[in-house]
Write a protein that binds this ligand. Sequence first.
Ligand SMILES: Cc1cc2nc3c(=O)[nH]c(=O)nc-3n(C[C@H](O)[C@H](O)[C@H](O)COP(=O)(O)OP(=O)(O)OC[C@H]3O[C@@H](n4cnc5c(N)ncnc54)[C@H](O)[C@@H]3O)c2cc1C
Length: 446
Amino acid sequence: MQNDQHLVAVVGAGPAGLFAARELAVQGVNVVLFNRDIKPGGLAEYGIYPDKHKMKEGLRTQFRQVLSLPNVHYYGNVIIGQNADFSLDDLREMGFQAILVCAGAQGTNWLGLPGEDLTGVYHAKDLVYHYNRLPPFSQKSFAIGQRVAIVGAGNVSMDITRYLATSRMVDEVVLVIRRGPAEVKFDAKELEHVVGHLDLTTLREELDRVRPIMLELGQDPLRFREFVMAAREKGDLPTSNTRLSMRFLASPTRILGDQNGRVSGLEVEDNTLVLIDGDVKARGTGRHFVIDVDTVIFAIGDKVDSSLGLPVKGGEFCKNPSPRFPVEDQSFELYDPQTGVVIPDVFVAGWSRKASTGLVGVARKDGTNGARVVLRYLQSQPVMEAEIIPRLDKRIHSLPKPVVTWSELQQLQAAEQARAAELGVEGFKFDSNEDMLNAIGISEIY
Ligand SMILES: Cc1cc2nc3c(=O)[nH]c(=O)nc-3n(C[C@H](O)[C@H](O)[C@H](O)COP(=O)(O)OP(=O)(O)OC[C@H]3O[C@@H](n4cnc5c(N)ncnc54)[C@H](O)[C@@H]3O)c2cc1C
């Protein structure tokens, strides 16, 4: 289908939004890509571990190809949402026939425990944004101590461990894991980066401790040990004296603080494991103990941003359970669960559709599928007004703040490459909006 009569707003230029934009644009649709950050890429730019240069550069090349398509119009530093630069209603009024939300999962999950407001308690995403130099997180200071508990057992907890061991060189990292060794979610590749720091004596003791519970569920306690040993064979050498340990079957219940309001310990409840409908679940035993740490980092996933102005339930946007245009039995459409009414012109893809789920390849596929759903929807839509693009451009540029377009992004890229060459480093990033805007000759003051 060739479709040059339609105009779609894609909200968010992470992998999902960029690959969605490409799918729409190659079908001739005019795409306006709004992005909160000055730079595109989302977590591919500001999440993936900084030293994965090859992966990041490969993705940047693909993103540049999308942004150079003549019918893709990029506007960075523009936030969509209620009380933001433009609301979803503003976009409708501006003439967009469909809106595809690919804004990732920008909300943070907390457990709601006493002590979460103490100094030294952080959410992994904020720290990830910080060490990947995303403003304003790049400018924030994080009071990381010497003994850090990371709550969670996914790949993000591995990345945080790696940062703490290589950049912060803390004394100790304890992974606090709700269930057992058979339920960890990190993969061997990410473990390899930190396995050199793992204290094998404590691991052996910990595996002996949880062994009877695993055997009761028919799990093989040796498997995790083999997984760790295989990772050790290929793993990186330790870069500091940071000691890593894992505490299985432990759910945080309270964060303890000292007289200065700083973390002084993490209270956890000891768990056992039970099988419910084939799923392994943690069940508290009622026994509590305190892990001696001065910092707690929650790496327990993210939720979507409710300020976008779309209905949210359980950390996810409410998807239409009977989609008009399903793809692989999945819904990319939104509805209001209170009224049961479908929101006809708004769609979701990527981490906005399924928060904290999957690698870039998954987000790419989801963005592409989301775009295909939008294409099907557009078939029943009237054609767009003539000469709308220049008018839109004028309206977007009339915001009382700097807006960054594709040609300016290219200048920014050239400025960063020049600085990297000057410093003799593999990559360089300006870590404040002010510096990025200065590099392309735009003032932040309007
Ligand atoms: C710590 C970490 C490490 C990872 N490492 C890897 C890895 O090594 N390899 C791998 O393949 N995958 C990795 N991933 C996963 C990968 O980053 C994600 O799968 C992917 O980035 C999700 O894409 P997305 O487009 O859905 O969301 P995001 O990447 O989050 O992009 C969302 C975009 O929306 C924009 N936005 C947000 N809100 C608004 C708004 N209101 N208005 C306008 N724009 C908005 C943001 O600026 C951002 O550009 C990692 C993820 C994390 C968290």
